[in-house]
Design a protein around this ligand. Sequence first.
Ligand code: ZN
Length: 656
Amino acid sequence: MKSRWTAPTAEFGGDALAECVYGSRVLGSHPDLVLHGGGNSSIKDRARDITGASREIIYVKGSGWDMATIAPGGFAPMRLERLRELLGLDQISDPQMVNELRCALVDASAPDPSIESLLHALLPHRAVLHSHADAVVTLSNQLEPAAHVRELYGDSVVVVSYVMPGFDLARTCARLWPEHAHAGTVGMVLLNHGLFTFGETMEVAYARHLELITAAEEYIAERRLRAPVTPSSPVEVEEGDPTALASFRNDVSRAAGRPMIVSRYTSPRVAQFLGRRDVEQVLSRGPATPDHVIRTKCLPLLGTNVQAYADAYEAYYERNRKNRGDVEMLDPAPRVVLGPPGLRTVGKTAKDADAVRDIALHTLDIIEAGEAIGSYTALPEGDLFDVEYWELEQAKLRLGGPPPPLSGQVALVTGAASGIGLACARHLARLGASIIAVDISDKVCTASDGPGWLGLQADLTDRAALQEALGQGVDRFGGLDIVVVAAGVFAESAPIPEVDERIWDRTLAVNVDSVLALFGQVHSLLRLSPTRARVVLIGSKNVAAPGPGAAAYSASKAAVTQLARVAAIEWAPDGIRVNVVHPDAVFDTGLWTAELLSERASRYGITVEEYKRRNLLSAEVTSDDVAHMVGAMCTEPFAATTGAQVPVDGGNERVI
Ligand code: ZN
């Protein structure tokens, strides 16, 4: 493992917090060491408080911060002396400990300190790093958890048997430390959990971390070379079948009690793992580290029987609930699913599903390595249950507050590279939806970013391209709940005798025919939406109030509006609502250039400003106004409305 440390310690100029931020980020940049919130760090310092008294301070990583991106504000500064006093207690409950840690802060606005703070406080060294490194976890996830660790590290590390993180773990370490630590101690291995290293500087703590992990990796690699090869015939990973995936997402969402994102991932690596003869057996043993259970649950689902998985989960809950008092059962839906369609991961958002995918892929490696050096073994389910239902972990998940209204839902938006389509896509994303954004322009790929945005360049008049885009979208997010049709062309104006046949055909092909094709392809997916699906068509004022010279455009918008009305009738039995917005004079779109605007304004003998507000309310209508109406049509306010046509035009006498 190569060091990524480049800054000389002198560079920090004695700024302990800056040193700690740097060290944490460097450690966090190794995904094999720190994965999605795993791991933490601390540094001890001396500082004067407001009275001028000199105090020993410990900065510990705040709960909920990611090591890779942590900033100084992500650390919680506490009075070290107070933390060490707390270690003298025999017993303290989790909420009491959290309260005491907050009371030890020297900055009232600091985040909640890590639940492993007391463990950091007891170590005498100035700089401390902690990770859940794959290699260390592999060594100890064995029938005899300490055997490989002791063989490899001898007495250079203190070995601690598994204890649930929090006060009990800190107390256990406090008891073992004086007995086993000596001048040559460079680390502490928490079996089935992870690694601590320490030193006078972050650089030393980091170097020791890499040293111990590299040794573990070499130890594992050597034994893997000698281990008999487990028979495997890679399974043929199936092509994605959008309807089957959407149906599966429906099952998962029903079990979860809310719409969930289901993301499919395939690779030769996954196919090879699935082809192991003992695949069922090794996958039934549990997660690599207990803190994964809050994201992945204890076990993956092999196959597609969600109901059987949920029943087994309920039985697990019933077997273990007495351990943790009166805890309510969490949703019993699986988070990791393996089978012929590859790996599917489940989350409330695409970001969550991606985190589960990363953890699952690391877990497959850890299982394989563990099997090669011995027998991969996870903790007993009682220990896993304790972490899954630990109120401090549940509090971490609740940190973000209630989910936005479209959380877990998937929206397809056409014409999403610019104008009204882009505004709709962004607004639905703000409401929590994951977006399949389609446009003929490749700008759609970069019009937004983040795990909840899939930009796809496709010509909607090409049925095969449309099908391909839908397949990719469903692979990425699992299904479809919302369709917003915003793609459209506006032909150059011409009086009827001069309408060019090709322009007429093109206008109808894009504005009408492609929508018929789209509706034809999405219906089977929308029917499988775990929520009641919604379609919103961006129409035009021209439907109710056509103008001269816009025959092709007006006729196409009238036709497609009628198509949407028929869809509203045909799809109502499936619970799918279809509504139409009719915008007018939205000038912040690609169609309108400054020249075109001034040309139009001068035609009416008014200024551009007046032209933009030529409506009853004298309102300037923007793409965002249209997007907000689309958002309303996709949420509660329109829950009992289908087949509606709502103008967003500032008021027009001819429409009213
Ligand atoms: Zn840990």
